[in-house]
Design a protein around this ligand. Structure first.
Ligand SMILES: [Zn+2]
Length: 243
């Protein structure tokens, strides 16, 4: 099976679905981790250099599970619903031949998340169009779209859960690759190292609290929650998420 996760920011796939992706990778599935924006917006510094660092961190995280990183490199602050960007999404969906796609839910805190969600839904449908100009053939199969949790799980009611207890350590290690996100000052500091206690890293603590909360809902230690895009061409009579 081919699984495509599309996150707006460098560490979004790690925060919301890395456990699920790790489980897919463990059972031999092909995992693609697509990052939409280039991360050049912060910390303060040369945008091209910051983007290079962010891409390296995302690559290091993907390498931990043998996933293929797809870096769309839309400059921070410039992700909008437009034809050029939608074309990139269509090409990614066609090229990866995904059996299902994981992305942000339509309602979330950051416009990069909600625009990504909308672009995935639009692109998934246009990717089926026979005569759309593309390097790749049109998608003929049904490609379901799973929405991962909103930031901090706010206003997100899951329909489905994945028990990620056995891959929890991998998820934490993937999150910890995003060192540049946790610098205390506003400016990039090449000498910065993360605290040794993962709980002192905000995104790890947030992911742990969320995953424990969703784990409570299904009787396991840690879980990642999902909702499905319920629409024609998206619903299939089989389970896609790993057990
Ligand atoms: Zn994000």
């Amino acid at each position: 099976m081919n699984v495509l996760a599309i996150g707006a920011h460098g560490d979004d796939n790690e925060a919301f679905c890395a456990g699920t992706l790790a489980k897919h990778a463990k059972r031999g599935d092909k995992v693609f981790m697509c990052v939409v924006t280039d991360g050049s917006g912060r910390p303060k510094g040369d945008p091209a250099e910051i983007a290079r660092i962010r891409k390296g961190e995302a690559q290091d995280a993907a390498d931990l599970i043998g996933a293929e990183l797809i870096w769309l490199a839309i400059p921070d602050g410039y992700l909008t619903l437009n034809d050029e960007t939608r074309h990139k999404f269509i090409e990614v969906i066609r090229a990866t031949e995904a059996d299902y796609i994981i992305t942000h839910p339509p309602q979330d805190y950051h416009p990069d998340h909600t625009v990504t969600s909308e672009l995935v839904m639009q692109a998934a449908q246009v990717a089926r169009t026979s005569n759309y100009p593309s390097q790749y053939p049109p998608i003929r199969k049904f490609v379901p779209v799973a929405f991962m949790a909103a930031e901090f799980g706010l206003d997100f009611v899951p329909q489905d859960y994945v028990d990620v207890s056995d891959v929890w350590d991998i998820k934490v290690q993937m999150l910890l690759k995003h060192v540049s996100q946790h610098m205390p000052g506003p400016t990039y500091d090449a000498n910065f190292t993360l605290p040794t206690d993962p709980e002192a890293v905000g995104i790890v603590r947030a992911a742990r609290v969320m995953s424990e909360f969703y784990g409570l809902g299904c009787g396991v230690r840690f879980a990642e929650p999902y909702r499905w895009w319920t629409a024609a061409n998206r619903v299939v009579p089989r389970r896609l998420l790993p057990e």
